[in-house]
Ligand binder design. Sequence first.
Ligand code: SAM
Length: 245
Amino acid sequence: EGVLYVVATPIGNLEDLSARAARVLSEVDRIAAEDTRHTQRLLRHLGIERPLVSLHEHNEAARAEWLRERLAAGEQLALVSDAGTPLISDPGFVLVRELRRSGFRVVPVPGACALVAALSVAGLPTDRFLFEGFLPAKSTARRRQLEADAERTETRVFYESPHRIRDLLADLEATLGARRVVLARELTKTFETLLEGTPGELLARMAEDPDQTRGEFVVMVAGAAAAELAADAAEGEALIAAMLA
Ligand code: SAM
């Protein structure tokens, strides 16, 4: 009976690949990878040789059908992305949905995920959070989304690339003002850095030291403070009371 293993790979430090992940990758008949050349390097490092097949956003539907046939023929498959956990801002959703609909077993092999790693060290509330992945590329659409959730009290989490990190901070400043932001950069890698401040302070820091704009980022934004919302409500009530007096 065919099985799909959804395997997390490191987000930087290769030691974060679990022993189970290495075993599963060495045992499956085939590995579906977002970028086969990238995954080939990881497999070479692990001394694993397995057939690879590409699965990315542009061929996912067609590949899902082909892989479903492989599973029906009894193959064991693994799905990996370039870094971290597949399906989390990465390909795989269509494949997993189709295979589950067809009744195949889909098994997680958990491991690194930038979102969870970042939250685990930020010191922002994690009891509830809102993962928003990558915001739209256009500034107007980005600001609209930032504003739409401005009153949410959960910690908000975004993924961002180095070429847009300053734009995102500027948009955060324009929409949320002096909210507390924690930037987790290059997690598990040589230049791992956590920076914390208001968007304005972080922009100033980047102007001073452009190295701070390099690499990959998880951007975490404090939710609207309960106290702040209560103050707004109290102000509203006071206003109404004054109007009625
Ligand atoms: N599936 C991945 C995961 O489990 O985290 C995420 C893939 S997404 C295409 C890539 C984004 O994840 C980057 O732009 C960055 O926002 C974040 N990311 C990945 N690795 C990171 C790292 N080492 N440090 C900080 N952020 C990282």
